[in-house]
Design a protein around this ligand. Structure first.
Ligand code: ADP
Ligand code: MG
Ligand code: MG
Length: 889
């Protein structure tokens, strides 16, 4: 015989906290609390298996369910000394839904079930208070009527409003027993009219009606949508809890409330909660009366804290707080009721908290000895940490919402609205805080994005240009705010009838995607204190190194501040786009012969050498991986007439020649075109110049500091062993030349990106010539899927929504495909060279789920944008501890 029903309370606890899958979170924790002798009204849980069986059997209950429910109900009757449906001394129950995870969209709780025209009299007699009994009855009809019978709740409110008007009172509490009795009559008439049937008087019918409504709500559209959005499988099912009522509405020595064992927004170890005297269930959240604080410390003048009003029950609650924290070893969110001075617990669960609170609690609890340091490291969600590394909006500050987009890059920023990149740059240059507002951004806007405090776009998704670049720069960004419209002509931003002109202030919250009118007060991030402590603990347990992707001195400094252990990717082309250099770069690619190219490269050499000298100096002996030129020449081509003319002048030729040359160099598919090592092979002088700049810069730093840097030179887009052989030989030759000129040597290594499927398949051959591999997972994802990231926005979001792909593969590694490529590449490489150093660079290096995967294939380090370094340090620690991927709590 299958066990469908599990009892709790009054000495029989058949469930435990770890039985959430079977009993739901609420039921499992009710049983757990009862088993550690906390005062829980007795009851029972119909398991989630009842729900799944119900749906598997064409919405029929298992045969033996009825018997098991009767038996459990009889036990509750005995425990409380009342009988269900007994007109003299009735047992009333609540019927409560409860899935594994709390789920909005499920049926609301029904309280006081078992009341009817007869039992209401018994309740009045038992409580010696007819007002309490009639108030309970009208609450029951209202809840059952709206939740189970589907009557619009406004219909009930109209009747109460009418009753209050007639009685000439404002507060519900001012209505007398007789008033409530009238309300009950009016409710019953209205329900009969709405449903075509009298309100059910039989308690058994009521009970099964409510149970059926809970199971039925598992498949309602709201619940289905919620499950789809949160990856909750339909076959988890929900449980139903039936529990003896305790009454918080029996008089002024009664109350109901909710509290957190610590402050859920700051994490401070103070008791935090709200309660209402003479109230029931959800009055606290319903907002009919203003709830009061539980503790004196949390009370403002004029408030009436429970600590003062009900000192005995409050003292009991404080003891419960301690017991629960010790038992669960985590902050609890609990619901309680006080009946005639006696405290009862109705729910507990691990409390939701802000990122800041999560960090503070983890560190505090480890210091208090409640958990150990490793557990503290496990507790904090790395993605949430990201929020703490940027300024955030002060939760108490007032604000005026303009609209909402995607939370594309965390942090908050206020500034004057500007609609183009040049203006953003010039105004920021004068010290003004600006927000760059664009329909969408493109590479030409980079300088403006960098100069702005934050970026807002009305088009594009989480992997749009604006989103990716903003995350890389650590700029807050709200992307794809489709409800807002930008008019470049009239220089306005508007939504819902509100208009913001250029120059007016707005505030972005990149963590929520919200856009506010005016400025909102902010809190600065603290890189010290608890944050530093948790990072220290994380560093003790992680195996993989964490490096940063950085090319500018500012990025390198940020990276070090956040604890990067080196640079894993320095993209030399970013150095080429600088306005001072782009002319020479264009001259190089446009010239028809080697001599012309060499002349232009000679102009670039001192710039590049200085770039590397600065990077090596800042990184002070830590490894620095420099990738030689990678992007297609196509990207550097001059477009505008003025650019063409400038290049023509530089090369002493006419504009027409330049135009022709540009047309020759233009590519149909630049991403798969003349780029990476293919450039180094067609134009060896480019890589020669870069290698020379690296070695000369390194030698200078060695001389200045006495600490020789260790450059790691990385060749991009290798597909064959021969390509690496040619380019490596070039680099080695330049090294020997430079060392001979200087009369000094330094250590260096030469390795390769693994970013093409062919490179993976011949990784053993490539490894013979490589000192290290770095997985370039952006290009590897593009080439393994055969899809270009720039065009993916047209269909990828739909793929993810429809579940064709579990996640955006440019955000989180596609473990099954791209991940398998990495595994094979790593294995083949290490087969030939057991100590081959393996790393990853690219967006994925800062994604917790991808980092967890990198641990499983034994990479030596991950490299990510500077602002994500702390996230990666924590994620790498959790990966070493075997915590699965990213988490939500
Ligand atoms: P939710 O999941 O929405 O929090 P609950 O099932 O926890 O719904 O019920 C909401 C509130 O109803 C509880 O916090 C509690 O105050 C009240 N409640 C539920 N069951 C009982 C009961 N047996 N006795 C008294 N109050 C109850
Ligand atoms: Mg609710
Ligand atoms: Mg609850």
């Amino acid at each position: 015989m299958t066990k469908w029903v599990y009892s709790f309370g009054a000495g029989r606890n058949e469930g435990r906290a770890d039985m959430k899958n079977l009993l739901g979170g609420k039921g499992a924790n009710l049983a757990e609390m009862a088993s550690i002798d906390l005062p829980v009204p007795p009851g029972f849980t119909l398991s989630t298996e009842v729900c799944t069986t119900f749906y598997d059997n064409n919405r029929c209950y298992p045969d033996d369910l009825d018997g098991q429910v009767r038996e459990a109900l009889t036990r509750v009757e005995k425990a409380v000394g009342r009988k269900f449906g007994d007109p003299g001394n009735p047992l009333l129950v609540s019927v409560r839904s409860g899935a594994r995870v709390s789920m909005p969209g499920m049926m609301d709780t029904v309280l006081n079930l078992g009341l009817n025209d007869d039992t209401v009299e018994g309740l009045a007699a038992a409580g010696k208070d007819p007002r309490f009994a009639w108030d309970s009855y009208r609450r029951f009809i209202q809840m059952y009527g709206s939740v189970v019978l589907g009557v619009d709740h406004h219909r009930f409110e109209e009747i109460i409003d009418h009753a209050k008007l007639e009685a000439g009172v404002i507060e519900d509490t001012a209505l007398s027993a007789a008033h409530w009795q009238h309300v009950v009559d009016a409710y019953k008439d209205m329900v009969a009219q709405e449903t075509g049937k009298p309100f059910p008087q039989d308690p058994q019918e009521q009970l099964w009606g409510a149970i059926g409504a809970v199971f039925g709500s598992w498949m309602n559209p709201r619940a289905i949508t919620y499950r789809r959005l949160h990856d909750i499988p339909a076959d988890w099912g929900t449980a139903v809890n039936v529990q003896a009522m305790v009454y918080g509405n029996m008089g002024n020595d009664c109350a109901t409330g909710v509290c957190f064992t610590r402050d859920p927004s700051t994490g401070e170890n103070i008791f935090y909660g709200e309660y209402l005297v003479n109230a029931q269930g959800e009055d606290v959240v319903a907002g009919i009366r203003t709830p009061q604080p539980v503790s004196k410390a949390g009370a403002k003048p004029g408030e009436t804290p429970m600590e003062a009003v009900m000192p005995q029950a409050y003292a009991d609650l404080i003891r419960v707080r301690e017991t629960l924290e010790k038992h669960y070893r985590d902050m609890q969110d609990l619901e309680f009721t006080v009946q005639q001075g006696k405290l009862y617990l109705l729910q507990t669960r691990n409390g939701k908290r802000t990122a800041a609170a999560s960090l503070r609690m983890a560190v505090d609890m480890a210091r208090e000895g409640l958990i150990d340091q490793t557990e503290a490291v496990r507790r904090v969600n790395p993605s949430a940490l990201d929020q703490l590394l940027h300024p955030t909006l002060d939760p108490r500050a007032p604000r005026k919402l303009l609209g909402k987009g995607l939370p594309a890059s965390p942090g908050a920023a206020s500034g004057a609205v500007v609609f183009n990149a040049d203006e953003a740059e010039s105004r920021a240059g004068k010290g003004e805080a600006v927000i760059l507002v664009r329909i969408e951004t493109s590479p030409e806007d980079i300088h403006g994005m960098h100069a702005a405090r934050g970026i807002l776009t009305t088009r594009g998704g989480m992997t749009s240009h604006a989103a990716v670049v903003a995350r890389g720069m650590g700029r807050p960004c709200v992307a794809g705010a489709g409800g807002l419209s930008v008019d470049y002509g009239s220089q306005t931003l508007s939504a819902g009838g509100k208009t913001v002109n250029a120059g007016e202030i707005i505030t972005l919250d990149g963590a929520t995607g919200e856009v506010f009118i005016g400025s909102v007060a902010m809190v600065e991030p603290a890189m010290s204190g608890d944050f530093a402590t948790l990072m220290e603990w994380a560093d003790k347990v992680r195996r993989m190194g964490v490096r940063a992707n950085a090319e500018t001195p500012l990025d390198a400094e940020t990276a070090r501040k956040f604890g990067a252990e080196g640079i894993g990717l320095s993209r030399t082309e970013h150095m080429f786009f600088d306005p001072q250099r782009i002319g020479a770069v264009r001259q190089m690619i446009m010239s028809q012969n080697e001599a012309g190219r060499r002349a232009a490269l000679a102009r670039l050499l001192p710039f590049q050498r200085e770039d590397f000298r600065q990077l090596f100096t800042i990184m002070a002996g830590l490894p620095v991986t420099i990738r030689l030129l990678d992007p297609p020449l196509h990207e550097f081509l001059p477009h505008a007439d003025a650019e063409m003319e400038e290049v023509a002048r530089g090369l002493s030729t006419d504009v027409e020649t330049i135009r022709r040359r540009a047309a020759e160099l233009a590519e149909a598919n630049p991403m798969l075109g003349h780029r990476g090592c293919r450039l180094g092979i067609s134009y060896p002088e480019i890589y020669e110049m870069q290698a020379r700049a690296i070695f000369e810069g390194a030698l200078e730093v060695a001389k200045e500091t006495g600490k020789p840097p260790h450059p790691e030179i990385m060749i991009p887009l290798i597909a064959t062993r021969r390509e690496l052989e040619i380019t490596r030989t070039q680099v080695d030759k330049v090294a020997e030349d430079v060392f001979a000129e200087a009369g000094k040597r330094i250590e260096y290594s030469v390795g390769t990106m693994i970013e093409l499927p062919r490179a993976v398949l011949v990784a053993d051959k490539i490894a013979e010539l490589a000192d290290f591999f770095s997985f370039g997972t952006n290009d590897l994802t593009q080439t393994v899927f055969g899809l270009s990231r720039d065009d993916a926005g047209k269909f990828l979001p739909r793929y993810v929504e429809a579940g064709i792909l579990p996640k955006d593969p440019f955000v989180s590694i596609d473990v099954e495909g791209v991940g398998e490529m990495m595994r094979v590449g790593a294995e083949k490489g290490r087969l030939v060279k057991p100590g081959l150093k393996l790393g990853i660079c690219g967006e994925h290096g800062g994604d917790p789920a991808s980092i967890a995967f990198c641990e499983t294939i034994g990479l030596d380090y991950v490299s990510c944008s500077p602002y994500r370094v702390p996230v990666a340090r924590l994620a790498a620690a959790q990966a070493a501890l075997g915590v699965q991927g990213d988490r939500t709590a």
